[in-house]
Design a protein. Structure first.
Lengths: 329, 647
């Protein structure tokens, strides 16, 4: 890791110190435990620590900043191209990996994903829907499999995402400012403590706060790795598959991936809870994350599209399946 | 007043000192600041940083409406010829890059936030309020900590034109106090004399300012060695400055965090060991944040005591300190606060320089929360292209993209792309030829063309005589034309005649909106009826608007649809509107002037006029005469239908 990246990493608030944001944290963790989920879209008003949480998570899990596509990235950097100096000065064709390739096996982060150029979005759609990066530009004809967790953050004030891209994110989190005096006080306490810890470290070379935070983060990282390793052994009973199918039928979700993702996310949740069997409770915990952006007429701009009625329906449907099963027994 | 007291009482000085001390406080927005004032503030900050030996040199760059991605983030220059021909071909980093960030400190100065280019706005979103910046362009991959200073100005009434997402990135807000608008003549004269003496057009600072800076730098140096502790009590007290029971959508953690960080720097500068309530009160006052009014606070004990418990280096209990600490009474009414601020201002007036005097804490720092939205939907997105006529080469250039067409070709980008492969594409003969210069072969895959913001090619010009709208259903009659404007993505101009909110009732006014979706359009159509009808002036403005849009410069409008809603009863002669004074008894002169100008409009090409006739009971011939003069089609506006239910 180069020195500048190292310097930047130390300015990222440690993941375990982030106040609340339980749903956001859970979504990122589930996507890590079960990469088949595909990715997480985080939509929220300004100043809700969306980017901070994503960077903190990547710093903890991969010991580096997430591979990031900024909104003004050019195509050559996204898909890859040639090394310009070698090409022009030495007339040698030497490949330069793009960001998608760099993110293989880890996380690809798009800050302000709804401000990204349409053309770049099309490229991402191709890659995420097929799992293959095909480069056919400037005389390059390459292809390779890529597996990554796609994470996007957006402020819905600046417009929504195309439904095709929306569907590529397995989970969606909608966050608002945290209310409640105690929580707000905790946020201030954390921010000021971290500011001070950075100063201490700069002056003394060490900070007890940061040492503790990093130790907590390492412990938590080990916990998540363990959950990821546990995942293949976690079973999904028939009744859970029934529930997933019924939920997507009754809620009239858009697309054909919701039932599958629901089962995978529930399985990941079980692994995170150190369980070996996926339960109804796991489905209930992840249903909103999977279905929120897939219900008919849903819109990232309109948080009211997903409402209390939907939540009630989920609880009722899960209960109904239980009732049917009990009746059949 | 000693320097510490001056700092503690001056919002600009404290904002600049805090920005130096804490990189999280380096984005400053000053409402209504004139260009000269902004330049002087930049000079002030520059002088502070130059005086701090260990700080790197600061380079100021002005950002406006012309910058695009390549000029902000860097590009690959064309290969040089002649003696520099051997120069290496590599990415040339510009304003925002790891190299620039490492080389010196940067101050980005934005004279008008409402007029910046899309590229600058998007760069602001990417760079302000974040601890990591990314550059992924033209084979370059960089990441660095952006710790630039951003100082911007914006008119208070234009804040709605800027995406609130962008405005929110400016954590500190101040207000320019332009005494030239003072209603008191004596104050105005004093201010003018000060300005003339100070030569505000120069960026050089006055000797008084320079002396002040040296004293401030001394305090900053001391503060850099001092780090006060934030206490739980302090955080509890800080939350009192923000309403408790507000919905999550209106709660912004950034505001609370900024006040906390600002209070820390205030305590740091004061040399305190811990941040106390007094520092929070000082910070809030300097930021323009006041506690939300309590419903029943008469008997409640003030949460903040008048005397601070801390600072070892707290200024001596001088008169100004007493007045200063008294300001922080939490239960103080608005009137009391204003009176005390006045006292404080009087104390400052004798000591601080005109520049410092010109910048105050705003009454409401977060104007974007209540300002009407004047910008378009999705203001930070790259524009979609939707030109059915295929004339996309007119709009403002907002970027470059690859494409197989030679239409609206971006020559430099195309050449650059071809140049990359020039050696690869050379034939054997060409490679062995001993020629000078570079031979570039362009193939279709090299072609790049401009990405342009859509430019309106149609225009809806609406002349609305508000005094003729009673008793007719004009909104319904107008609707088909607004629908037309929407489908054609037409720009819209409205000539307001006889509106109650006119700056001068003897004059008409023009309001321009980018398209039919602009919120400003609704507000304009809903204006109330005034007393006078300066129809002739309205026709004059309509004529000028058409001429400007069809005939001047690089305007893209090809066709104007003029809609006039008027009963033709103009009662203000054109000359009276120009002079803003009615000198003779009002006769038919206003009507005659209007008809005369209408004939001039008729003579123009590429304009189609329609008069929506309100069908007045009296002088019913006047709208018909106006339509004749305009050469307009007449469409009657139906009266309101009132349904009476008989039981």
């Amino acid at each position: 890791m180069d020195k500048s990246s190292d310097n930047i990493l130390r300015t990222i608030l440690p993941y375990t110190e982030i106040v609340e944001q339980r749903e956001l944290k859970m979504a990122l963790e589930l996507a890590y435990i079960a990469p088949r989920i595909g990715g997480v879209l985080i939509s929220g008003q300004r100043g809700t620590a969306k980017s901070t949480t994503v960077r903190a998570f990547a710093s903890m899990m991969y010991d580096k900043l997430p591979v990031t596509i900024p909104i003004n990235a050019t195509e050559d950097r996204v898909v890859g191209g040639w090394k310009i100096y070698k090409l022009m000065e030495e007339s040698k064709l030497e490949k330069q990996a793009g960001l998608i390739e760099e993110a293989d096996g880890s996380m690809l982060y798009i800050d302000e994903v709804n401000l990204l150029d349409d053309h770049i979005i099309n490229i991402l759609l191709d890659v995420t829907s097929t799992g293959k990066l095909i480069i056919q530009r400037e005389g390059r004809q390459d292809g390779r499999d890529v597996h990554m967790i796609l994470v996007g953050t957006m402020n819905p004030e600046e417009g929504n995402l195309r439904p095709q891209l929306l569907d590529r994110f397995g989970l969606m989190v909608q966050i608002t400012s945290l209310t409640g005096r105690d929580t707000r006080r905790d946020i201030l306490k954390t921010v000021l403590a971290f500011d001070r810890a950075l100063l201490e470290e700069e002056q003394n070379g060490t900070s007890r706060y940061l040492e503790n935070a990093h130790k907590n983060a390492q412990d938590y990282k080990a916990f998540l790795k363990e959950a990821r390793d546990r995942l293949p052994q976690v079973t999904i009973p028939e009744e859970i598959i029934d529930i997933c199918a019924m939920l997507t039928e009754k809620l009239e979700v858009v697309g054909h991936r919701a039932d599958y993702l629901l089962a995978v996310a529930a399985q990941a949740h079980a692994a995170r809870e150190r369980h070996m069997t996926t339960t109804r409770e796991d489905v209930l915990k992840v249903a909103e994350l999977v279905l929120r952006h897939r219900i008919a007429n849903s819109d990232q701009l309109d948080s009211a599209a997903w409402n209390e009625e939907h939540r009630k329906s989920i609880v009722e449907i899960v209960g109904q399946v239980e009732h049917i099963e009990h009746a059949s027994k | 007043m000693n320097t510490l007291s001056t700092l503690q009482n001056n919002p600009l000085l404290m904002a600049l000192a805090s920005a130096v001390l804490n990189p999280n406080l380096r984005t400053l927005l000053i409402y209504d600041a004139p260009y000269d004032g902004l330049r002087q503030i930049a000079s002030y900050l520059d002088a502070i940083i130059r005086s701090l030996e260990h700080e790197r040199k600061i380079v100021t760059t002005q950002l406006g409406s012309t910058e695009h991605d390549d000029t902000l983030w860097g590009y690959i220059p064309l290969p040089a010829r002649g003696k520099d021909a051997q120069q290496q071909i590599e990415f040339k980093p510009l304003l925002f890059s790891q190299q620039q960030s490492a080389a010196h400190q940067q101050l980005l100065l934005i004279p008008n936030l409402a007029q910046i280019s899309l590229a600058v706005a998007r760069a602001g979103i990417m760079l302000m309020g974040t601890n990591v910046a990314h550059l992924e362009r033209n084979e370059q991959s960089e990441r660095w900590q952006p710790q630039q200073y951003w100082i911007a100005a914006c008119a208070q009434d234009a804040i709605g034109s800027v995406s609130s997402h962008l405005v929110d990135r400016f954590v500190l807000r101040l207000r320019w106090n332009d005494a030239s608008f003072a209603t008191d003549h004596q104050t105005h004269i004093q201010y003018l004399q000060q300005r003339l003496a100070h030569n505000p057009s120069a960026t050089d600072l006055s000797p008084a300012d320079l002396a002040q800076i040296q004293a401030v730098v001394k305090l900053i140096k001391e503060a850099q060695q001092h780090h006060p502790q934030a206490t739980p009590e302090m955080m509890e007290s800080l939350l009192d400055y923000f309403a408790e029971e507000i919905p999550a959508a209106r709660l912004f953690h950034r505001h609370e965090i900024t006040l906390a960080r600002y209070a820390v720097t205030v305590a740091q500068i004061a040399g305190a060991d811990s941040v106390d309530e007094q520092h929070i009160a000082d910070a809030a006052r300097l930021m323009g944040i006041s506690k939300p009014e309590l419903e029943d606070d008469d008997t409640s004990e003030p949460a903040i005591k008048q005397e601070s418990s801390t600072p070892a280096k707290k200024p001596e209990a001088t008169g100004e300190n007493k007045s200063n600490s008294a300001i922080q009474e939490p239960g103080a009414t608005q009137a009391t606060r204003e009176k005390k601020e006045q006292v404080s201002a009087e104390v400052q007036e004798t000591i601080i320089t005109p520049l410092l005097q010109s910048v105050l804490a705003p009454e409401n720092p977060y104007l974007e929360e209540s300002a009407p939205i004047l910008h378009e939907e999705d203001a930070l997105r790259l524009p979609w292209r939707h030109s059915p006529l295929g004339r996309a080469d007119h709009g403002e250039i907002v970027g470059i993209e690859q494409g197989a067409s030679v239409h609206d070709i971006a020559i430099i980008s195309t050449l650059l792309h071809a140049a990359l492969f020039s050696k690869q594409r050379q034939s054997k003969d060409e490679a062995t030829e001993n020629t000078t210069g570079i031979r570039i072969r362009i193939t279709p895959e090299d072609l790049h063309h401009y990405r342009r913001a859509p430019a309106p090619e149609q225009m809806l010009l609406l002349l609305l005589d508000y005094t003729s709208l009673k008793r007719c259903n004009w909104q319904e009659a107008l609707l088909p034309y607004l629908s037309w404007a929407y489908t054609r993505r037409a720009s819209i101009s409205i000539v307001k005649v006889g509106a109650q909110d006119a700056h001068d009732e003897l004059q008409a006014e023009v309001v321009n909106t980018r398209n039919v979706l602009a919120p400003l359009l609704d507000r304009t159509l809903e204006a109330s009826t005034g007393r006078a009808t300066p129809l002739a002036h309205g026709m004059q403005l309509a004529l000028q608007t058409v001429q400007r849009n069809l005939q001047h410069g690089r305007n893209t409008v090809q066709h104007v649809q003029l809609i006039v809603i008027s009963d033709g009863r103009g009662n203000i002669p054109l000359q009276a509107s120009i002079n803003k004074r009615v000198s003779t008894p009002v006769t038919r002169e206003g009507i005659a002037d209007a008809l005369k100008i209408a004939q001039e409009i008729r003579a123009l090409k590429h304009i189609e006029s329609v008069l929506l006739n309100p069908q007045p009971t009296h002088y019913a011939h006047l709208p018909i005469a106006l339509a004749d003069a305009l050469g307009a089609t007449i469409m009657p506006i139906p009266p309101y239908t009132v349904e009476i239910e008989v039981s």
